[in-house]
Design a protein around this ligand. Structure first.
Ligand code: SAH
Ligand code: SF4
Length: 370
């Protein structure tokens, strides 16, 4: 990790709601029309410095600079290319790192067209949930991202790529539902008509299964999609992969998802990583089909992406296809996702972990000696 000093953080300008900005401008004695100008610089022109905001007066730019950060994320590295998957690594004000992944052709997974771009966004630095296949949980939890750091990933990705992000998936580092307040603040900014104005239907929130928060989200007025990281279709298998299942076993999770459906929520997706000899049996496929049919959910099958320091492997292709065929024969919509960006550590969390640990990956306590 870099040893630069930690500077006291000013709030990121892109985390401020239009109403809060109007209040701030009024208190600063600035005319009301400045609000629309500033929002235009932040959300439409994606300015990342106050100097770039040329139609603002110099004194106002100085006042802004003393109260806010023009952008909460410092771009450090891009891997990949425009026709494949691009991964952006950002440094935060406290020297931590997060990453976002821009996927050019949405493989029809999250309701988008094939010419649309999907951005995979991080919600925390690290993760406390310690799923045993996941690089994000390897070094444990560090902190929540604030709304500016979450929403700022979209602005930065659009600025760096020169392209518009059509779909957002909260599937990067961290557990979004463990950071619900900041997540929803960011969502309000990303979907607000004065700010980025993305349709809520183009947002998918992914969770490892935090039952109370799923119920809370089900009551939210906006219609975003929900993806559940299931990865095991029975409690014994799921528990061996995801410690969160001990707290909220499948029966509780499925009941919360019934509630989600009962609230007229749209899109429910079950994510299922296929891991050789761990969760890829025919019996698991049949159980998974039963859950998916009960929930009217689509299933995304993802062959396990090898993580340095972890021992598991992906099943061979014929095994993956057999697993999918069992689902399809049971009447379930199932896709087998061909991994994009495998070569650039695209499984979320891997690039940041290499940055912070200087390539030497650590094994989580639970796995040492196993
Ligand atoms: N914490 C949330 C969001 C993080 S995204 C959640 O768990 O849903 C987690 C997703 O990243 C997983 O469902 C999986 O789709 C993907 N993922 C993580 N590690 C992976 C790996 N080693 N191989 C393949 N996919 C992985
Ligand atoms: Fe955390 Fe999600 Fe990774 Fe599990 S899969 S460790 S919940 S980021």
């Amino acid at each position: 990790m870099d040893s630069q000093p930690v500077i006291a953080a000013l709030p990121g300008l892109c985390g401020i709601t239009p109403d809060a900005l109007r209040r701030w401008l009024a208190e600063a004695g600035e005319p009301a029309f400045r609000c629309a100008q500033i929002l235009d610089w932040v959300w439409r022109k994606k300015a990342d410095s106050f100097d770039a905001m040329t139609n603002l007066s110099a004194p106002l730019r100085l006042k802004l600079a003393s109260a806010f950060r023009a952008h909460p994320l410092e771009h450090r590295e891009t891997r990949g290319s425009a026709d494949t998957t691009r991964k952006f690594l950002f440094r935060l004000h406290d020297g931590r790192y997060v990453e976002s992944v821009l996927i050019p052709a949405n493989p029809a997974l999250y309701g988008g067209r094939s010419d649309r771009r999907t951005l995979c966004v991080s919600s925390q630095v690290g993760c406390a949930y310690g799923c045993r296949f996941c690089a994000s949980g390897l070094a444990g939890f560090t902190r929540n991202l604030d709304a500016a750091e979450i929403a700022g990933q979209v602005l930065a990705a659009e600025r760096l790529s020169g392209e518009r992000v059509d779909n957002l998936v909260f599937m990067g580092m961290g557990e979004p539902l463990a950071n619900l307040r900041h997540l929803l603040d960011a969502v309000a900014l990303l979907t607000g008509t004065e700010t980025l104005n993305l349709g809520a239907r183009h947002l998918t929130i992914s969770t490892s299964g935090l039952v109370p928060q799923i119920r809370e989200l089900a009551d939210h007025p906006q219609q975003f999609g929900l993806a559940i990281s299931l990865h095991g279709a029975s409690d014994d298998v799921r528990e061996a992969i995801m410690p969160v299942n001990r707290k909220w076993p499948l029966a509780d999770l499925l009941a919360a998802l019934d509630y989600w459906n009962s609230r007229g929520r749209r899109k429910l997706t079950l994510e299922y990583i296929l891991i050789d000899d761990v969760n890829d049996s025919d019996a698991q496929a049949r159980l998974l089909a039963r859950h998916a049919r009960r929930l009217h959910a689509k299933v995304n099958l993802i062959p396990y992406n090898t993580v340095d320091g972890l021992d598991w492997r992906r099943p061979d292709e014929s095994r993956c296809r057999k697993f999918r065929d069992i689902l399809v024969q049971a009447g379930v919509r199932a896709t087998l996702r061909l991994e994009k960006g495998h070569d650039i550590d695209a499984a979320c969390g891997q690039l940041r972990l290499k940055q912070e640990t200087g390539e030497g990956l650590v094994r989580p306590a639970a796995m040492r000696g196993s």
